[in-house]
Design a protein around this ligand. Structure first.
Ligand SMILES: Nc1ncnc2c1ncn2[C@@H]1O[C@H](COP(=O)(O)OP(=O)(O)O)[C@@H](O)[C@H]1O
Ligand SMILES: [Mg+2]
Length: 251
């Protein structure tokens, strides 16, 4: 589904070249829910933006299905972003002047879907994510967790191959965060959505099938969920201890 090969990225400023990604490779299978973890500044957002086609890598390959994103021109990239990717951001990015339903309709209107199809899909997503009671409300009338569930519904509106989420629970209290993570769980189960989520939160990561840890621009560890969520969470904590190097802090 998604294949990254030896992704490299350097940010160049006048004073300094900052080598953020030093050769990242991994695969994500269809229907898999993968978390990318790593300390702040480790390049998680940069990596997600490269997968999204928002910024180009300097080297390497990003294959989404059979399409090589680094070889795609602007028009193809824009089309791929509209039809094959769904985005969920930390700060929701809903349109304040539109209701819940309208926010979910918007990406479908942009690709000229038929009215009836739009209505059907929107209702289906609203039901699946349990947001019927806020369907006609505006973003400023609802909670952060609800906003993020709308953003997830919107991300699914055009049947993307993959959902890309950058710290989707980063602005939420733990209870709202849980409702958002449960929404990811639902979409994975109901429609086998493929999800790549960046997070630095262990509890959020415990909802995913596999964790890829970045450090100093490289993939340093992977952890596959084998156990129930509670035990997985314990494994994540010791995994992160190893990755972030408790030993480093003591040096
Ligand atoms: N546009 C940019 N120009 C220069 N440096 C950047 C730019 N974007 C990010 N960086 C730097 O690259 C590093 C990685 O950033 P980022 O990918 O946002 O990390 P993370 O999401 O893991 O916190 C940080 O040190 C950040 O300051
Ligand atoms: Mg980030």
């Amino acid at each position: 589904m998604l294949k990254l090969e030896n992704i490299k990225k350097t940010y160049r400023t006048k004073e300094i070249n900052y080598f953020v990604l030093k050769g990242i490779s991994f695969n994500v299978k269809k229907g898999e829910f993968v978390s990318i973890m790593g300390p702040s500044g480790s390049g998680k957002t940069t990596l997600l933006n490269i997968i999204s086609g928002f910024i180009p890598a300097d080297e390497g390959k990003v294959l989404l299905g059979d399409k090589d994103l680094l070889k795609a021109n602007k028009d193809l990239l824009a089309e791929l972003r509209q039809s094959e990717m769904g985005f969920v951001f930390q700060d929701f990015m809903l349109i304040d002047a539109l209701t819940t339903s309208e926010n979910i309709m918007l990406p479908q209107i942009i690709i000229n879907k038929k009215k009836e199809e739009i209505a059907e899909k929107t209702n289906y997503l609203i039901k699946m994510l349990g947001i019927e009671d806020i369907a006609d409300k505006y973003p400023n009338e609802i909670s952060g967790g609800q906003k993020q569930r709308i953003a997830i519904a919107r991300a699914l509106a055009n049947n993307p191959k993959i959902i890309l989420a950058d710290e989707p629970t980063g602005n939420l209290d733990s209870k709202s965060a849980q409702s958002v993570l449960e929404a990811f769980f639902i979409i994975r189960k109901e429609i086998r959505a493929t999800i790549v989520m960046v997070t630095h939160d262990a509890v959020s990561a415990s909802y995913s099938d596999r964790i890829i840890a970045l450090k100093d621009g490289k993939v340093v560890e992977e952890l596959q969920k084998k156990d129930n969520q509670r035990n997985y969470l314990d494994q994540i904590f010791s995994f992160l201890g190893k990755v972030n190097g408790v030993s480093n802090e003591l040096k």
